[in-house]
Write a protein that binds this ligand. Structure first.
Ligand code: GDP
Ligand code: GDP
Length: 490
């Protein structure tokens, strides 16, 4: 397989980070102005250079690349930008194909999955037909790469209806997925599909497939992939008490092994042991202190905080008891879950409210309502000032981390899902009923399940959540997101 390292000439940016190596590659192609950059910006992990979005057709710009994470898998995304079809007025197919060959071919060579994007308002143009032919023959046919057909700017019900989308079937690349990139509507379905296709090409953690190992493995830690040290990030809004929590934990923990100071812009990591377990405390708070005088600091804090989440296994989300859960907290929580990180919610400064007898219960209700997607997440009430319940934070962090390694037995998983499907039939879509044939936990850290179904496009959001709930009824996976990947199996 070709990888970035053998193709460095394809990348104009010399500061290509280490992490791009050996990652699956997803390439976005399509005519200029269909919305590739908009999608690119919404899927790349935070803290990276964004692509320029412009309504000027054919604007010349460099290819953008970044990393994205979905269902616990990280991959590189390349936006071929304005490279493809700079000669938009030129209708000669040979010229177009040459152009693809020259400019985008290098990117396509690297690709594991190609997202081919069209504009619902424009329908199918000559260009699109040429690109489709090229993708069918060269990319799908010869290289056996997967192509995901996406129709963008499907901003409303009519535009994304089957009726409207039908016309795109004649490209011979399967049924398209509708997208409204500006509203991020449809992104999840596209990324699900990308991961599904990626798994077929590059099954990851195959050695962990439970079927071969028998069911006696239930609950056993999967040591093959268990990280050496538990990486914990303390996140939350400015002033919520991140530095204080950090200091309190360090003060209470006598077994600090070492501190490694980073460069001016890097966080400082603290290594310690807690009840025999190695822990790395990632410093988030220091970032703010060091950069407080810089311009645009609010945005920088957020970006750095989000980047910190991407480095951790367990995030401790601190909430202010006076202001309650804010929209920023919700955004941080979403980011944690999207990146399949485990999470604990800690309501800090509890010393300020402890006297009020009913407040804890009310608080619980408020938090559960505001962070609704976090019902499996433990909530603790702490005070970084007095040290109240501070030890609980580390105990819980270790506990939820271990949940990331919990292995579900294949038999129990299939029993659970079979029963769930009997109790609540999947709704029939387009005259077709979803059938789950077999399921297995393919990975741990984070827990990832493959569900083999007759047609993955029949899985609806509410049914996915229902199945997730059914799994959690058998094993809670405390504080830990679990990933359900639906794969076609005819
Ligand atoms: P690219 O050239 O393919 O990278 O396209 P851009 O991402 O630069 O988008 C081109 C234009 O289309 C911009 O003005 C976007 O705001 C607009 N656009 C992108 N996605 C959507 C969408 O989902 N709906 C609508 N209505 N406009 C969009
Ligand atoms: P950060 O910006 O999130 O790192 O927050 P800091 O740790 O700097 O704390 C902000 C302010 O809240 C400081 O004045 C702290 O003394 C105060 N603070 C932090 N934790 C607590 C707590 O548990 N109780 C009380 N009463 N004040 C706290």
């Amino acid at each position: 397989r070709l990888r970035y390292e053998s193709q460095t000439s394809a990348i104009e940016d010399e500061t290509e980070p280490e992490i791009y190596h050996n990652m699956p590659v997803v390439v976005l192609v399509g005519r200029p102005n269909v919305g590739k950059s908009t999608l690119f910006n919404s899927i790349i992990d935070s803290g990276q250079k964004k692509a320029i979005v412009t309504s000027i057709s054919g604007t010349t710009r460099d290819r953008s690349y970044g990393t994205a994470t979905w269902l616990g898998r990280q991959f590189t995304v390349i936006d071929t930008g304005g490279l493809l079809g700079l000669n938009v007025r030129h209708q000669d197919p040979d010229v177009i194909v040459n152009h693809i060959r020259d400019q985008t071919f290098v990117a396509l060579q690297e690709a594991d999955v190609v997202i081919f994007m069209l504009d619902v308002h424009e329908g199918i143009t000559t260009h699109d037909i040429e690109i489709a032919r090229f993708l069918r023959t060269r990319i799908q046919g010869r290289e056996e790469k997967k192509v995901v057909l996406v129709v963008n700017k499907a901003d409303n019900v009519i535009l994304k209806s089957e009726e409207t989308l039908k016309q795109f079937d004649r490209l011979g690349l399967g049924s398209p997925l509708p997208l409204s990139a500006v509203h991020s509507d449809g992104v999840a379905d596209i990324l699900d599909r990308v991961i599904e296709d990626m798994e077929v090409r590059l099954p990851e953690g195959n050695e962990l497939v439970l079927g071969n190992k028998g069911d006696s493995e239930e609950g056993k830690k999967v040591s093959e992939v268990q990280p050496d040290s538990i990486r914990i990030a303390i996140v939350g809004q400015p002033n919520v008490g991140k530095s204080s929590t950090m200091n309190q934990i360090i003060r209470q923990n006598r077994s600090i092994v070492s501190e490694i100071s980073g460069t001016t812009h890097d966080p400082v990591d603290h290594f310690m042991e807690h009840e025999g377990r190695k822990i790395t405390l990632i410093d988030t708070a220091g970032i703010r202190k060091r950069t407080i005088r810089e311009k645009g600091i609010e945005q920088l804090i957020t970006m750095k905080a989000l980047a910190t989440i991407e480095r951790c296994h367990v995030a401790i989300l601190l909430i202010d008891p006076v202001n309650g859960v804010s929209t920023q907290d919700q955004m941080i929580a979403t980011h944690i879950i999207q990146h399949s990180k485990s999470v604990i919610v800690a309501v800090n400064k509890w010393d300020l409210l402890r006297e009020v007898p009913s407040s804890r219960e009310e608080y619980m209700k408020h938090i559960r309502a505001q962070l609704r997607f976090l019902e499996y997440v433990p909530v603790v009430f702490v005070s970084a000032k007095t040290g109240y319940h501070m030890k609980d934070i580390l105990d819980l962090a270790v506990k939820v981390f271990d949940e990331r390694g919990f292995k579900f037995s294949t038999k129990k998983l299939n029993d659970t899902l079979r029963r769930a499907a009997i109790n609540h039939n999947p709704t029939v879509t387009r005259g077709k009923a979803l059938k789950i044939k077999f399921a297995t936990q393919v990975r741990s850290f984070p827990p990832t399940f493959s569900l083999f179904v007759n047609d993955a496009s029949l899985v609806q959001g509410h049914y996915r959540r229902y199945l997730e709930g059914a799994i959690r009824e058998r094993h809670e996976y405390l504080g830990t997101p679990i990933n359900l990947v639906f794969r076609r199996n005819d």
